[in-house]
Design a protein around this ligand. Sequence first.
Ligand code: SAM
Length: 216
Amino acid sequence: MPIGRVRALKLLRQTFRHHSAVQQLHVFGRFLSAPFLRTLDAIPPGSRVLDVGAGHGICARLFVEERAREVVAVEPDLRKTLMAWRHPAVRFVAGFDDCIRGAFDVVTIYDVLYRLDAAARDALLPRLYARVRPGGLLVMKEIDPTSRIKEAWNRVQEFLSDKLFGLSMGNVFYNETPDVIAQRLARAGFVDFTARRVDFGYPHAHILYTARRPAS
Ligand SMILES: C[S@@+](CC[C@H](N)C(=O)[O-])C[C@H]1O[C@@H](n2cnc3c(N)ncnc32)[C@H](O)[C@@H]1O
């Protein structure tokens, strides 16, 4: 049976038990404010996953519990990676995505793109393409700005989060429409674009994108 909220919360509590109270607050707030569990079915069971911009590793923890056989979690912010929790099938790497080599069944990237300017977005996506094995998958979670009320709330929350916790890198934040994202991914070489809103019951318009690297 897929993991439910209660079991996921217990798992995260156990995983982050040695973190500071502020970091635990951030992790639980993050988990409760984003539908991580609704995205797990996008990861093919048994995959080897690269999670880019892993943050504290919430995705990595859930992926390896439910779907992935192995996760490499890359994150440049040492406040998050130095205290990383340990798991035999998860490897944390302190650095930016470009320090990773090799090809993965799935590359995941949750709520990272919106923090980058346009040039950095266009530079990052071909790098992610290079990390996906031929026929493999990119899974990306972002916020859909076409939902105006939810987007306004998102901007307030992002501002407060930066002020209170200062936990994310990047000077800009803006979300792009699914059409623009589709074009960016196509320019990077990806095919079979899908977009699925996963935000029912959440104040933010969470959206999950998938795209594939052609098999040949
Ligand atoms: C808003 S956090 C999201 C963290 C995590 N994915 C989650 O969903 O909880 C975005 C993270 O992306 C990281 N990041 C930004 N650019 C990156 C890059 N080029 N390579 C790897 N991580 C990056 C930042 O340090 C930050 O921790």
